[in-house]
Design a protein around this ligand. Structure first.
Ligand SMILES: Cc1cc2nc3c(=O)[nH]c(=O)nc-3n(C[C@H](O)[C@H](O)[C@H](O)COP(=O)(O)OP(=O)(O)OC[C@H]3O[C@@H](n4cnc5c(N)ncnc54)[C@H](O)[C@@H]3O)c2cc1C
Length: 445
C-alpha cells in the first residue's frame, strides 16, 4: 500500500518529514528515543481501517495516538506503525436524548465548549489539550468526576477498528467484550477507537472555588485535616492539595477546591468546610469563596502543566491512614524541584459516588497521590525521572494500585486493574488480537 492510497499521510522512516511527524505526536517535550518504522496520519475513519490492514499485511505492531498527552509517550514505540488519529475529531450533540458522539482527537476542553452551547456538560479532563481518545480508554478523571464517576462510565458505545481491520460498533449488546475492555484498558487497548458515543449531563450553573496557600511547616496538620474531612465534602467539590515551590523557591501547599453546582447558596454551603482547617490562621493567602468560569479553571491547570516542557509523572491510589502517608509526603515536599514540578493529593472517595459498572476499569481508592516532574533542561532528565519514580516506588507498599492516566509503567510496573480483570483482558485480547497487532502496556505486574 502506498501513501497515495491514504486520505491523510503515510511516512516511512527515512522519508522527509518523518522526524517532525514523530516529534509532533508528543505533547511532552521529553520525546522518547523510540522510532516506529511507519507513521500514518489518518484523515478519515477509512484511513484508520486502511492503516490496520497495511499493518496486518506488513506484519507491523501498532501504537495509536489521539491527543499525544500520554506522559510516557506510550504510542511511540520501536518499530511497527504509529497510527495518529488526532484528525478524527468530529463532535455531534443530540440535546433531546442527552447523547453525543466524539472523535478520539477532540480535546476535552473543546468538547466542553461545544456542549455548553446546548447547556450540556461532560466530565472531561482537567487540562487543555488532553484528548478523549486516551482519556476515556484509561478511565478519565475529570470535572465533576466525583459526581459522574470515571468518564469511561459515560461511554455507551465505541466505533472501533479491530486487529482484523474491520470497523465495528461495540456496546453492551454487540462485541460486548471489546466494549468492556475499552473502558479501562487505557494504553493497552487492542483496537483503534474512531468514535465514542457518550451520555452527557446538564451544565452546572455555578462554578466556584476556594483557594488557600499554606507554609510547609503545617504540612502534617493540613494533610491530616484534609484526610479527615475527605469523606464529608460534597461530591460536587474536588478537594486537592498541591505541594510546589513558590516564586521565591519556598515550598508551599495550595488547597484548591473547584466546585460545580447549580446555585450560589449551594456553592457557599459546599465551600464553607474549607474554613474548618485547624491551621487556617497560618494561611498566607485565603480566597475562601470565588466565582470562576471553566476557562479560569482550565487556565489554572495549564499554568502548572505548561506546553513545551519535559515531563515525568507517577502516581498511586491509597486508603492508607494519613499518618502512614505523611513521612512519604514530607520527603517529597522536601525534595521538591523548582516549579512547576508539583505533588498532588486528591480526594476521590469512590464509595460515595455512583455505583461502578462492570468494565475493565477497576482500581481506584479513597485518595490519589501523584507526582509531576516538569523541567526544560535535558541535563536534568535522569534526576527528574528518578525523583518521581523513586518516591512512588518507596510509597508503593501503601498503594492499592495506580491510575493509567499518569502511568509510568515502562519504568515502574504497577497494578492498574484488578487481577480478575487483567486475566479477562488477556482473554479478550487473545480473541480479538491473536497476533498481538497492538502494542500492550509498557509494563505490568
Ligand atoms: C497536562 C495533562 C493533564 C492531564 N489531566 C488529566 C486529567 O485531568 N484527568 C485524567 O484522567 N487524565 C489526565 N491526563 C492523562 C491523560 O488523560 C492521558 O495521558 C490520556 O491518555 C491522554 O489522552 P490523549 O488522547 O491525549 O493521549 P495519547 O497519548 O494519544 O493516548 C494515550 C494512549 O491511549 C491509547 N489510545 C489513544 N487513542 C486511542 C484510540 N483512538 N484508539 C485506541 N487506543 C488509543 C494509546 O495506547 C495511546 O498510547 C493528563 C495528561 C496531561 C499530559
Amino acid at each position: 500500500m502506498t501513501a497515495d492510497e491514504f486520505d491523510g499521510a503515510l511516512l516511512r522512516r527515512g522519508d522527509a518529514g518523518y522526524e517532525d511527524a514523530r516529534r509532533a505526536t508528543m505533547w511532552n517535550a521529553f520525546v522518547p528515543d523510540r522510532f516506529p518504522d511507519v507513521i500514518v496520519q489518518a484523515a478519515t475513519e477509512q484511513d484508520a481501517v486502511r492503516a490496520v490492514r497495511l499493518a496486518r499485511d506488513e506484519g507491523l505492531r501498532i501504537g495509536v495516538r489521539s491527543g499525544g498527552h500520554s506522559w510516557a509517550g506510550n504510542h511511540v514505540r520501536d518499530g511497527g506503525m504509529l497510527l495518529d488519529v488526532s484528525r478524527l475529531d468530529e463532535v455531534t450533540v443530540n440535546p433531546a436524548s442527552s447523547r453525543a458522539t466524539v472523535g478520539p482527537g477532540r480535546a476535552g476542553t473543546s468538547l466542553l465548549e461545544e456542549l455548553a452551547e446546548h447547556d450540556l456538560f461532560f466530565p472531561g479532563g482537567h487540562c487543555v489539550g488532553v484528548c478523549v481518545g486516551g482519556y476515556l480508554l484509561q478511565g478519565g478523571f475529570g470535572w465533576n468526576g466525583r459526581v459522574h464517576g470515571p468518564a469511561c462510565q459515560s461511554v455507551e458505545a465505541i466505533d472501533v477498528v479491530t486487529a482484523e481491520g474491520e470497523l465495528v460498533r461495540a456496546d453492551a449488546t454487540q462485541h460486548a467484550d471489546l466494549y468492556w475492555a475499552a473502558r479501562g484498558a487505557g494504553p493497552g487497548f487492542f483496537g483503534v477507537v474512531t468514535r465514542f458515543h457518550v451520555r452527557v449531563y446538564p451544565l452546572p450553573k455555578v462554578i466556584a472555588n476556594g483557594v488557600y496557600l499554606y507554609p510547609l511547616d503545617v504540612l502534617e496538620e493540613l494533610f491530616t485535616w484534609a484526610a479527615e474531612i475527605g469523606p464529608r465534602v460534597a461530591r460536587t467539590m474536588e478537594l486537592m492539595l498541591l505541594i510546589h515551590r513558590d516564586e521565591a523557591g519556598e515550598v508551599e501547599i495550595a488547597v484548591t477546591a473547584p466546585t460545580l453546582v447549580d446555585t450560589d447558596e449551594e456553592a457557599d454551603e459546599v465551600l464553607a468546610i474549607l474554613e474548618s482547617c485547624p491551621v487556617r490562621d497560618r494561611a498566607r493567602l485565603a480566597m475562601p469563596n470565588l466565582r470562576v468560569t471553566m476557562a479560569d479553571l482550565f487556565a489554572g491547570s495549564h499554568a502548572i502543566y505548561p506546553d513545551e516542557h519535559r515531563y515525568v509523572a507517577d502516581n498511586m491510589w491509597t486508603h492508607a491512614p494519613v499518618a502512614d502517608l505523611l513521612p512519604g509526603i514530607r520527603a517529597i515536599a522536601e525534595s521538591m524541584p523548582p516549579a512547576p514540578s508539583h505533588f498532588l493529593w486528591m480526594n476521590w472517595d469512590p464509595a460515595g459516588g455512583p455505583p461502578r459498572e462492570d468494565m475493565a476499569f477497576s482500581v481506584e481508592d479513597t485518595t490519589y497521590l501523584a507526582m509531576y516532574g516538569v523541567w526544560e533542561d535535558p541535563a536534568l532528565d535522569d534526576a527528574r525521572v528518578d525523583w518521581a519514580t523513586s518516591h512512588m516506588r518507596a510509597m508503593s507498599p501503601l498503594a492499592s494500585g495506580i491510575q493509567l492516566a499518569d502511568e509510568n509503567l515502562g519504568r515502574r510496573p504497577a497494578k492498574f486493574v484488578s487481577d480478575a480483570n487483567l486475566a479477562r483482558l488477556d482473554e479478550i485480547r487473545a480473541a480479538y488480537d491473536p497476533d498481538g497487532r497492538f502494542h500492550p502496556w509498557m509494563g505490568r505486574l
